[in-house]
Design a protein around this ligand. Sequence first.
Ligand code: C2E
Ligand code: MG
Ligand code: MG
Length: 764
Amino acid sequence: MATNRRRIPPAAAAAATAAFAVSAAVLVLGLGGRSFVQSYTDLAQLTAAAVASACCALAALRTDGRARRSWVAVAVGCAGWAVGEGIWSWFELVRGVDTPFPSAADLGFLLFPVGAAAALLLHPARGSEHAQGRRILDALVATSAIALVSWETALGAVLAAGADDRFALTVALAYPLSDLLLLLLVVLILSGASGSRTQLGLLAAGVASLSVSDSGFAYLTSVGSYDGGAIDLGWVAGFLLIALAPFGRDVTAAVPRLAPGRTDRWIFLPYVPVGLAGIVTLARLLAGNAPSSLQLGLIGVVVLLVLVRQYLTLHENATLTGELAVRESQLRHQAFHDALTGLANRSLFQDRLGHALDLHGRDLRPVAVLFLDLDDFKLTNDTLGHGAGDELLVRVSERLLAAVRTGDTVARLGGDEFAVLLEDGGDPVTVAAAIETALRAPFTLKTSTVKMGASIGVVAVEATDAPTTPDELLARADTAMYAAKRSGKGQLRVFAKGMSLSELSDQRMGVSLAASVAADELKLAYQPIVSLDHGRPEGVEALARWHHMGRDVPPAEFIAVAERTGVIGELTTWVLGEACRQVAGWSRGSTRLLQVSVNVSPAQITDPAFVGVVLDQVKRHGLRRGQLVLEITESSLLTEVTVAREVVSALRAGGVRIALDDFGVGYSSLSQLHAIELDILKIDRSFIDQIDEDSRQVRLLRSLLRLGADLGLQVVAEGVERPAQLDLLRELGCQLVQGDLLATPLDASEIPAAIDRQLVPASR
Ligand code: C2E
Ligand code: MG
Ligand code: MG
């Protein structure tokens, strides 16, 4: 974000440039004469250091955290230098004597490298931590090279010149050594930095300029040829650069990591000291100075380190290239696949479908599409949370993949919609049916078990069809899927011309259903619920039947329409009235309490007015307490559990018993079972399905039966179809069973005979 970057204000840059130009004229060209130069250099350095200290102190006031500490450190360092320079000037200019060595001035001067080092290390824009290995090597290369230069110059000269005492020698050595360390720090920090770091750059440049001048001074004084000039200018320039630093801005957050293919602008910095070391060593050699064995050793170390560093860089590049290739293929995969399930996404599916249609157009290669939408997926998501919803989608996609053949394309089009592209000429309806079967077993998620079916629309392109597009074909499959959805859950429909998406057909069917209810045209079938104790029906479940336009509409289909169109209230009232009337008739004169169960839709159990409707019918037909059972499903307890609880408790107070239907595949938790007062638990068919084949199901069923017993509920096992299942249920202590094995749903006229019939042998 270069626009964010504040440039140095022109006034500050101009002032610094002017000060530098004047200083250069005086110090390098000797303008104004020798004594003026003498005074100028001291006062200029003092002023520059004081100004730099003030600028950094102001910057410290405007920042906080790491940045503030960094500015304080550099301000203190500069102030120390200014004080040292003040003492120096007092000796040189006021008293006209040479400054003694060591003196209090050295204390001030040496405060600078401490402050500067702290400032560089504390600065928040300090480089990133990447490429650690290379950076450590850079540091070693730079240290050895700078040490070589310093050995040839300042450090070597100071040591050679010696000093009066140990303390003086220590102070004298402190200058070149601290310069060496500061230069090293500058190299390290700048080579680790990327992007725009104006503040840090100026600070580092200032420190470098000061260190070089300092070491130059130490060298020249040791060899006795110090004469101000460029060395003094380096000090002034250094403080001017530091004074400018707070005006810059470091754009750390906005600077991206180095893009591949771009060169880090500081990458060559460690080679600057190496080049310098080369020049100095060469100059010394040419001047006839044979290198000492220490120097030769240092040169060897530098060369070796440079070689290792080059190798590391090559290695790093190779790794980076490999990573880039992997990343690229990941990105390509991501562009065409669903992140959650790993299935093809819509664009890949459409692409493949387009290609398949092209081949069909060319040589009639077969093309068929299945469009799937999960039934009531939203409910899972809303009740179990998105984590469980995602988990379920992944499990569904695994089953889809397992149900199709290699080469078929399975895609997630979004949300709970999936599509399958078939190109092998197999029967798409068979594949769709296989998918329905594959989805039938409950899904075991981390925290719960859920049942999840899908509505599937099927469309196949026929040889006689006009050319079509992927979008058109998907739309047809979608239409067929909606038709499947309207006919109940877990259905599949093949697209047929004239099939329409419109809600109209729902409405039309709802109107017909309402008319049929009003005209008493619906019927009830009654399925016995048999006691294993005495082997005869304990009660019957009333199941609505609708014969409409020449066909028996499946209950799942018309109940769903009734729920969507609001006819469900009238339908339930009718079923209740009819069931109560008939069961009252069958019970007349009998001492047995024949129970009748009526299914209730979720919307009704959360409607307080429903209590009146039910109790009205109970009263009207003179049913005894406990004779009417209302079957509710788990989903009805979810949305408004408080209202449901009140409705249920009012119904129970009126003598109506409550059964939880299809238990185990819904969403109830044990806490909900406690929250709602129940009488009966009807264990869903899917838990009985395999008990004679799967021992795990037996264990599960045993625990469900135990749960029911612990809660003091009667338990009914639904969907018993085989004698083996019945035997096992009996063995497990289940008391009530329902299913085609004992009796299919019967016509009302057959019930009087059925209720006294021994449907299974009695246990006792
Ligand atoms: P449900 O309440 O679980 O009813 C049991 C369903 O399982 C019935 O299907 C019954 O015929 C079927 N069934 C019974 N024994 C067996 C068996 O051994 N094997 C198999 N495969 N199925 C068996 P039906 O009559 O098609 O009813 C389906 C669903 O429609 C019912 O499930 C219930 O939820 C709903 N339903 C039926 N009548 C009404 C009604 O009057 N009101 C409301 N709200 N829903 C109703
Ligand atoms: Mg039921
Ligand atoms: Mg049921």
